[in-house]
Design a protein around this ligand. Sequence first.
Ligand code: URA
Length: 196
Amino acid sequence: MKNKKDLLQKLRLECEQCKNCELCFTRNNVVFADGNPQSASIILIGEAPGENEDLQGIPFIGRAGKLLNEFLSQAEISREDDLYIINTVKCRPPKNRVPLDKEKDSCRDFLLSQVEIINPKVILLCGATALKSFIKTKIPISKIRGDIFEIEIKDKKYSAIPIFHPSYLLRNHSVEPNSPRDLMLKDLKKAKEMIN
Ligand code: URA
């Protein structure tokens, strides 16, 4: 059995050559993942790369990523050791529009294989795009964030927690009890407890 690093390296090379949808014509980089596959026990799934991510090939390194880092450190989750960060769609949609269904479908095998290889204890569904990719619901994320769902990926069950997307928190500054920022911290602390 090959180790996680080799399996992910093979998948990364396939992903970097992918021409399954039109985003391949406008991307600068395929944004495959960030984190340590050997030690990570939480996967965070975002939406799609933004401008900075597309330029540098690393997920969540722009403004939203910096805010995410602050929440992670408050929840004592190490981005380097505990977390493997991926996106639903690996290439930047023009002008950061929401990815189309056909773009999500084109990327789905890469996404599922990443989860299968990492085999995390917890999956954080960060924002509505990631949520809707795994949980068929019309309930808004604000109503179900922090709940633990069981989802099945490639015949294996995982615990998944919807959480707010940091871009939303960039527009919501309050840290009052039960504000989105307060709830984000609570949800991340819950994930941290689940891996301890
Ligand atoms: N937003 C996302 O969903 N993913 C990124 O990588 C950056 C911003």
